[in-house]
Design a protein around this ligand. Structure first.
Ligand code: BGC
Length: 786
């Protein structure tokens, strides 16, 4: 330890004449802030007082595309950041968006957020975070720009694939585990995009209006858990506005809620080019300005801030607070002390990718045990569909990765079946559109055709990373737009291949092309592009033994063919091991155990924001008229049958639930109630099942959703095996946000506790009486309400 310390201090040229007995270094004492044995806050204070005004200001804005300023004079390194949520991004030049052209910037491509959420496995989320953390370190990064914890409000949001679905509780649990895993490696998570960033359309300017309960109960809880439970070190403000003010300088969100109520100690950075004004940013809670499309010195929180400070327009204390937060992150990450080495693309990291892919795939339908396929029954297997051979790592926008490798579905299948089965591939359709949609930040309004300009409203006129000035595009992959066009010759060829085969697998879905699963734009509808509906229908007609695999980051419409197809598997974007994982599921080496983290509506109009015409907003504002009724909460309230409900996912095994018992706790030192029951694997295959606990408030002073997810547990059982499950519920499982009282109220009375295999497949239920009401203000301790 002493050696490392001395080396670093020597590098910084610090040993001349500095003596500090408190550091306990013996004779060669260095400054306290360089002593790893000192508490972080003491180190922060010690360094703070050594900084000049100019140095302080240099810490609160970027000095390259992905680095914040360091203080070379004092041996303080830059904070090095990288996208993103499912892998460490390719290196770009320091001051441009051009790839740096290096050969050492590959990374493991893990499954996307929606796939991870579909595992419902918090242990795996922790492993996922650890894996990213190890790779971040190996690539010399301090902060990873993820996870994205925005709630899926509409199936159309272009970035749904990066997020964890529609439910705040699931998003929170998975997010907390991911962040803990990542930060255990001394890599900081950056939870984004705070907050209410639920569409890409006009993302740079759209103003979001929603009621307080929707904010507190739906859109904030996952962020709150990330901060309060996982100790997320950094938070990224969103591009959009919330109640009038941009989220990167939103006093309510950043000062009142995040830093005030939740006690956040870390730093708030802007989304790239999400800063708009010096004064608003300084007072609005921003601690680090990133990605502004200006020369560094002209950043809002660079020279203009310094000048303001010199003129006395801003108190020094406000700068000191921002600097403290930046230094807090730096020291907590051991950025000054020397960090672990990390690792890239190891067997451990590959396993994490494969397990997540396997556990995240969701078996939506499986009539007549069509799946798993048995190689001994198949001589010729037709694999059909453009997504069978497509790679996805680089796509989607800022989350794109230069992957070490990526096993496509076709490669995975061919490798799995070996010489035993003759695999015939037929493309069926040609996907167009790849890469990042380089358009203005506001995105294109749904319903308009291609083009690279227009669609902007609101004050923001320059774009996020890689985007040129308004209306121009830069070169990062093709820009073709996905259309409904089909190629009849390809369809005919696919039908012929299907006719001659013993079984067919169609690998269909979306891709990261423009207006599909892509940053900066939303989808325009929920349909499969390129005439895939017709392709699937025709293929299924030609061969009834057809299984459809959907590769997408969000729900797609299946009405046109679902009845004709016996098996459907939702595979998401499954990362570099995706093809192997898929093959292992299709051929039964792995039993599917994923569950949907979002409702799959039969048609877009069934989902709340669309039913109410509350998307994409008018005149620069989108009003969340559905309030609390997001996702299954809406489908339940309106008794709408979804195509596949939230929490749905089949297995090759079967699971029986029995013997529900509610064991009351005291609620102070432990849970209010333990939900205990038994689960048994009644099938012939080993498998995993996620038991879901939903809570319904039987009477309450304010309207509440019909039921809400408040607990879950994934268990793995051998055939015939039985296990006892216990899921604790605390007060938060019963409470709602009371806007008048400004806090969380659990009202005494009856609640229904429902245990389900999905939100629409409730297996056990029991009444629970809450004997005493309980009220808790944000950030303060519980007060009993009499
Ligand atoms: C995205 C962020 C990303 C940042 C840096 C922005 O466009 O919204 O999610 O981390 O760019 O690439």
């Amino acid at each position: 330890m002493k050696n490392v310390l001395q080396k670093r201090a020597r590098l910084a040229g610090l040993f001349v004449g500095v003596s500090l007995s408190a550091a306990g270094f013996g004779q060669q004492a260095g400054p306290l802030y360089l002593d790893p044995a000192q508490p972080v806050e003491a180190r922060v204070e010690d360094l703070l007082k050594r900084l000049t005004l100019e140095e302080k200001v240099s810490l609160v804005h970027a000095n390259s595309k992905f680095n914040s300023g360091g203080i070379p004079r004092l041996g303080v390194p830059e904070l090095r950041m990288s996208d993103g949520p499912h892998g460490v991004r390719e290196e770009i030049e320091r001051d441009t968006w051009k790839p740096a052209g290096r050969t050492d910037d590959f990374a493991s491509y893990l499954p996307v957020g929606m796939a991870l959420a579909a595992t419902w496995n918090t242990d795996l989320a922790r492993i996922f975070g650890e894996t990213l953390g190890r790779e971040a370190l190996a690539r010399g990064k301090d902060v990873m720009l993820g996870p994205g914890l925005n709630i899926m409000r509409t199936p159309l949001c272009g970035r749904n694939f990066e997020y964890f679905g529609e439910d705040p509780f699931l998003t929170g649990r998975m997010g907390v585990a991911y962040i803990r895993g990542m930060q255990s490696q001394d890599a900081a998570a950056c939870v984004k995009h705070f907050a209410a960033n639920n569409q890409e359309w006009q993302r740079g300017s759209i103003n979001v209006e929603m009621d307080e309960r929707a904010l507190r109960e739906i859109y904030l809880p996952a962020f709150k858990a990330a901060v309060k439970e996982a100790g997320a070190l950094t938070v990224m403000g969103a591009y959009n506005r919330f109640r009038g003010a941009h989220c990167c300088n939103n006093d309510v969100l950043l000062n009142t809620v995040l830093k005030g109520e939740w006690g956040f100690k870390g730093l708030v950075m802007s989304d790239w080019n999400g800063t708009h004004d010096t004064r608003e940013s300084v007072f609005g809670g921003l601690d680090l300005e990133m990605g502004t499309n200006k020369p560094t010195g002209e950043f809002y929180m660079a020279e203009p801030f310094l000048e303001g400070l010199r003129k006395g327009e801003y108190p020094d204390s406000i700068l000191d607070d921002k600097v403290r937060r930046n230094l807090h992150v730096l020291f907590t990450l051991k950025a000054v002390d020397g960090k672990k080495a990390g690792s890239m693309n190891t067997a451990e990291n590959q396993n994490a990718a494969r397990r997540t892919a396997e556990e995240g795939m969701v078996l939506l339908k499986n009539e007549g045990n069509t799946l798993p396929l048995k190689t001994e029954e198949i001589r010729t297997l037709a694999v059909i569909g453009g997504n069978a051979t497509r790679k996805f790592a680089r796509g989607g926008g800022s989350s794109g990765i230069k992957a070490f490798y990526e096993i496509t579905p076709l490669e995975g299948i061919v490798q799995r079946v070996g010489a035993k089965v003759n695999v015939v591939y037929s493309e069926g359709y040609t996907p167009t559109g790849q890469g990042f949609p380089r358009i203005n930040p506001a995105g294109m309004p749904p319903g308009t055709s291609g083009g690279t300009s227009g669609g902007t409203s609101g004050p923001q006129r320059t774009g996020p990373p890689g985007m040129g000035p308004e209306g121009t595009t830069l070169s990062w992959g093709g820009l073709q737009e996905a259309g409904p066009q089909k190629d009849s010759t390809l369809v005919e060829r696919a039908v012929q291949a299907a006719e001659k085969a013993d079984a067919v697998i169609v690998i269909a879905g979306l891709n990261h092309g423009r207006f599909l699963d892509a940053e900066g734009v939303d989808r325009r509808d929920m349909k499969l592009p390129y005439g895939q509906d017709e392709l699937i229908s025709r293929v299924a007609q030609a061969n009834p033994r057809t299984a459809v695999v959907i590769v997408s980051g969000a729900p797609v419409e299946m009405d046109a063919w679902l009845d004709r197809v016996p098996a459907v598997l939702q595979a998401w974007y499954a990362g570099m091991e995706g093809g192997n994982a898929l093959a292992r599921i299709l051929f039964g080496d792995v039993n599917p155990s994923g569950k949907l983290p979002c409702t799959f509506p039969a048609r877009l109009e069934d989902s709340p924001a669309h039913a109410l015409g509350a998307y994409p907003g008018k005149d620069g504002t989108v009003r969340y008229d559905e309030g609390l009724l997001v996702g299954y909460r809406w489908f339940d309230a309106k008794s709408i049958e979804p195509l596949f409900p939230f929490g749905h996912g089949l297995s090759y095994a079967g699971f029986a639930y029995s013997k529900l018992r509610l064991v009351r706790g005291n609620g102070n030192s432990g849970p209010l109630v333990e939900i205990r029951f038994e689960m048994e694997n009644t099938g012939k295959t080993e498998g995993g099942e996620t038991a879901q606990v939903y809570v319904q408030d039987m009477q309450s002073s304010l309207p509440r959703p019909v039921k809400e997810l408040k607990g879950f547990q994934k268990v793995f059982l051998k055939p015939g095996e039985k296990t006892a499950v216990s899921i604790p519920l605390d007060r938060t499982a019963f409470s709602f946000f009371d806007p008048e009282k400004g806090g969380w109220l659990a009202e005494k009375g009856d609640f229904h506790i429902m245990i389900g295999s999905s939100s629409r497949d409730i297996r056990l239920q029991e009444k629970f009486k809450l004997r005493e009401s309980c009220f808790e203000t944000e950030g303060r301790k519980t007060i009993k309400a009499k």
